[in-house]
Design a protein around this ligand. Sequence first.
Ligand code: DU
Ligand code: SF4
Length: 228
Amino acid sequence: PGLALLDADVVTCRACPRLVAWREQVGRERRASFRDQEYWARPVPGFGDARARILVVGLAPAAHGANRTGRMFTGDRSGDFLFAAMHRVGLANQPTSVHADDGLRLTGIRATAPVRCAPPANKPTPDERRACAPFLAREIELVDPTVAVVLGAFGWAALLETLRDLGWDVPRPAPRFAHGAEVRVARGERTLTLLGCFHVSPQNTFTGRLTPAMLDAVLLRAQALAAD
Ligand code: DU
Ligand code: SF4
């Protein structure tokens, strides 16, 4: 029930004028290329296991990926790369992710983003990041993961800031993002381990900066930590 309420609040949000305009403009302009489909063009909620031990934190919906399909990481090459890896390590029931009703189910893992609307050039402003942060905070409180796989420096900084706001003992200055970085924070008895990973965007995967083996290794490490 908590997550359903969160999702309802996310998908109706219009707090960022620039992003509301952009997500709807992209939808209008590109709807013709995807004639048979509804273009989502709204904020995108988290997707996957409500009781996930592992939370994947990206950046924001892609204009023609999640902004089109309405499901996080779904419908573009970033999602193809990510969900194929989840399937290889046993966290997803199928390797492909085409549209929001394709039967994909995640077990033990959930995908989300610190900004829920597609931003121009994949670059949200600091104000937009701060406006959207309460949704990530609520998702963390509801799901209560023990591991966060963080795809890229933007998500890394946004997640650490949100965790600090939630009372986790995030060091100052905040730890820097790196592929392979592993940072453990605590709040009372609870711990959360952040694992840094290059983003699954084509600019990283086409160039070999992030290979399937590298992503598999991060997910396997996340599973090992989650099993502790
Ligand atoms: O109604 P539903 O979205 O299929 O979710 C039913 C149930 O399955 C809920 O507890 C979330 C969970 N789930 C999941 O584990 N993995 C998914 O990818 C989607 C839903
Ligand atoms: Fe609302 Fe977040 Fe979208 Fe801004 S980015 S309009 S806060 S859902």
